[in-house]
Design a protein around this ligand. Sequence first.
Ligand SMILES: [Mg+2]
Length: 224
Amino acid sequence: MRRLVMWDIDYTLLRGGGVAARAWKAAFTEVTGVAWRETPIFGGRTDLDICDGVFAAHGVTDCTPERFFARYVEIVETVRHEFAEQGALMPGVREVLQHLGDRPDVVQTLVTGNVPAVAAAKVAAFGLTGSFDAEVGGYGTDDSVRATLVRRSMERARAKYGEPFRPVVIGDTVHDVTAALANDAAAIAVATGATPAAELAAAGAHVVLPDLTDLEAAVRALTD
Ligand SMILES: [Mg+2]
């Protein structure tokens, strides 16, 4: 059975340098007319979930996520060049993607809390678009619960390729790990975000890597 490797974006593939967070805050005030007060914890959460939390924290009841996301995406499009200027790829990522990209037994995609257009802008900024079949990904507009994003990706891959895959999730937060486990997927964690390795292991990650600089260890974890 081939592997479906589902990559988280933020702090797994890359860091965006706060560009998306700034666009989020600007869009929020523009669309709702409410000054930004709360800074929620974005890590590992889906954009739908964050949106619900932000609206609730600001007492916003007359705006839909769809209307907010439309403006958010427009603003991100205007500043998308800043991802590569202010952000960075995480160490070893390009080599791991290239290696797996050459293997016929692996399909790589994105499972991210980001809305699809922002996910696409981030990976494009670092020249990674060709590494993923983004069509079979899971995104922050699919559902507020991250485990559902993993399930959607598995369903899309099966429908597109006409075969079941061995699912593998790679991410940097406890949310990625629990979303993988809820779908009986292999949970590979990288401690390149804010979550310590011990916490990722305690959450049930099958493998925890300090980062992706050890190509052999990363490939083994993702394809075993
Ligand atoms: Mg992440």
